[in-house]
Design a protein around this ligand. Structure first.
Ligand SMILES: NC(=O)c1ccc[n+]([C@@H]2O[C@H](COP(=O)([O-])OP(=O)(O)OC[C@H]3O[C@@H](n4cnc5c(N)ncnc54)[C@H](OP(=O)(O)O)[C@@H]3O)[C@@H](O)[C@H]2O)c1
Length: 243
């Protein structure tokens, strides 16, 4: 563990709950100085303050001005950013024939545009630290699979995947790695009920749904020195779902 002012600085979004919170805890446990972000989970803010004292921020990642302010505040406090993990990303399901263009815009705004805007604001800091960025995809992106109920969501995640690979290409000469982490089904207190759908869970080859710790461990590895040469990948943490 690297202690004090030499410890890596991590910014984890979507960290009021769910997978982002799991990642924030795992990085803090190994000694990173972790900044967490909440948007509407005001009830979580007090608990977060106890766990991540002085490094809790409120920001709506769909607002570019707030993203700029967030990144500047992290830099003002700790002087650098080594790891950025972006766990924001809303979900919608249902047949494509019942989806609206509003659904598509929501998915693109939440899953794709927030990532784009965040990366614009952290790019310089990551180049400075030769840092790591990890974004969240969803299972089955590599195969461009057709979807019965998640096409609109997966379309937004697919767009993100192309951005991630392209950032990886552009940033590699600067020593920055950019990767996607794609969970399978990971139920948690606030997760969408689809993560508990018995039919889907029965189809997971590993015989169990994912746990937030499964995801956090993989993200922690992507943000470790051992992963310095790993960039532009979609790391599927799915227990074999959708292979
Ligand atoms: N759980 C799964 O099984 C699963 C499977 C595949 C992919 N994923 C992906 O993994 C990521 C995390 O999933 P999750 O289940 O932990 O999600 P989640 O429970 O919906 O949590 C999302 C977090 O993002 C925050 N957030 C949403 N919009 C925001 C915005 N505009 N600005 C700031 N914060 C915002 C929320 O904060 P507030 O509550 O404060 O608003 C919340 O803490 C997502 O990208 C998701 O698509 C999850």
């Amino acid at each position: 563990m690297v202690e004090g002012s030499r410890a890596p600085v991590a910014l984890v979004t979507g960290s009021a709950r769910g997978l982002g919170l799991g990642v924030a805890r795992a990085l803090a446990q190994r000694g990173d100085r972790v900044h967490v972000v909440w948007r509407s989970s005001a009830s979580s803010a007090e608990r977060l303050e106890r766990e991540f004292p002085g490094r809790v921020h409120r920001a709506d990642l769909e607002d570019s001005t707030e993203v700029g302010r967030l990144v500047q505040e992290v830099l003002r406090q700790d002087g650098r950013i080594d790891h950025v993990v972006h766990a924001v990303g809303e979900y919608v399901s249902g047949p494509l024939s019942e989806a609206s263009s509003h659904d598509l815009r929501r998915m693109l705004a939440s899953n794709t545009e927030t990532a784009f805007v965040l990366f614009e604001h952290v790019r310089a800091a990551l180049r400075e630290s030769r840092g790591r960025a990890v974004f969240f995809g969803c299972s089955g992106l590599a195969g461009f699979r057709a979807r019965k109920t998640t096409a609109v969501y997966a379309a937004a995640k697919s767009a993100l995947f192309v951005l991630v690979r392209s950032w990886a290409l552009e940033e590699a000469p600067h020593g920055v790695t950019v990767n996607l982490l794609s969970p399978g089904h990971v139920p948690h207190e606030d997760a969408h009920p689809d993560t508990l759908d018995p039919e889907r869970l029965a189809a997971i080859p590993a015989g169990r749904p994912g746990r937030p710790e499964d995801i956090a461990g993989a993200v922690a590895w992507l943000c470790s020195p051992e992963a310095a040469y790993t960039t532009g990948i979609d790391l599927a943490v799915t227990g074999g779902w959708m292979l």
